[in-house]
Design a binder for this molecule. Structure first.
Ligand code: CP
Length: 310
């Protein structure tokens, strides 16, 4: 079986095919076609060990609109709360005869580990601070629909990089598609190892948001992930917003039509002001819609045919 564990699993040609299929799914999203029969008889389990609104519900909608049987299992309310291990949970679910496992887990590497325990197709829906490949695909799809081909386009990714799997998957995918990426964070939220080394492999770093925004073709704001911060949060929330928030004042540094992305959930007033989140150029809800189309495309390519990503 093929899986989608990492952005490394897809080539630029695969991405083009995934995007083309996602676009074909729009008739279902517009509800002019109610369902496609592609995954009739297939069973997909959404196994979520961390909270989610967008990813879990869009995988559920995607599977259902492709006629799969979709079951949601979350840590809360399952025997995980009684101490059952990840391996036993996966083996138990797999023994029921599932075709696809969509997994979110707080441990980096969990999705790859799960893929070694089961014959089911595994899709990584976010593993710790490591990767969130379908988020990167839906972000690149949203950007492509706004900007056209991403080759040579400059994308600024701003925020809590240390704790962000969205940053890691997006840098890998956007650079693979030829975009120029600059990542911006306060020094305390710039991951160890990101710096001159990163620039050598294809993306730039900056601590100065005001200098980067005027050159950006798109800006992606990331959530401050306080739940992953054990050693306190520095800078303070106020300092963070002053230095790194997309405030109303900073909107003036962007062109009027520069897309503003945020994977959600947003901390309004911390990393993004309401004026930015709700601006005409905001792509936040487009990202959510794209999430359904992209997840339909991924499930289709992994589960409907011979089992390849594209
Ligand atoms: N973007 C994202 O992964 O959101 P959820 O945590 O709500 O799924």
């Amino acid at each position: 079986n093929k899986h989608l564990l990492s952005v490394d699993d897809v080539s630029p040609d695969d991405v083009a095919e995934l995007f083309a299929t996602a676009t074909e799914m729009h008739d279902v999203q517009r509800r002019s076609v109610k369902k496609l029969p592609a995954l009739r008889g297939r069973t997909v389990v959404n196994l979520f060990f961390e909270d989610s609104t967008r990813t879990r519900s869009s995988f559920e909608i995607a599977g259902k609109w492709l006629s799969a049987d979709v079951i949601n299992v979350s840590a809360k309310g399952s025997s995980v709360s009684k101490g059952e291990s990840l391996r036993d949970t996966v083996l138990t679910v797999a023994a029921m005869g599932v075709d696809g496992l969509v997994i979110r887990h707080m441990a980096s590497g969990a999705a790859r580990q799960v893929s070694q325990w089961t014959d089911a197709v595994v899709v990584n829906a976010g593993d710790g601070t490591h990767e969130h490949p379908t988020q990167a695909l839906l972000d690149a799809y949203t950007l492509t629909r706004r900007l056209g081909p991403l080759e040579g386009r400059h994308v600024a990714i701003v925020g809590d990089l240390t704790h962000s799997r969205v940053f890691r998957s997006n840098v890998a995918l956007l650079t693979k598609l030829g975009a120029r990426v600059t990542v911006v964070a306060p020094p305390t939220l710039m991951p160890a190892g990101v710096g001159p080394w990163s620039e050598a492999v294809g993306f730039a770093t900056s601590y100065d948001l005001d200098a980067v925004l005027p050159t950006a073709d798109a800006v992606m704001m990331l959530r401050v992930q306080r739940e992953r911060m054990s050693g306190g949060f520095f800078p303070t929330a106020r300092e963070y917003t002053v230095g790194y928030g997309l405030t109303r004042d900073r909107l003036g540094l962007l062109r009027e039509d520069t897309p503003i992305l945020h994977p959600g959930p947003m901390n309004r007033g911390l990393e993004i002001a309401a004026d930015a989140a709700d601006a005409a150029s905001s792509a936040v809800l487009d990202q959510v819609s794209a999430g359904v189309a992209i997840r339909m495309s991924v499930l289709y390519h992994l589960l409907a045919g011979e089992g390849s990503v594209a």
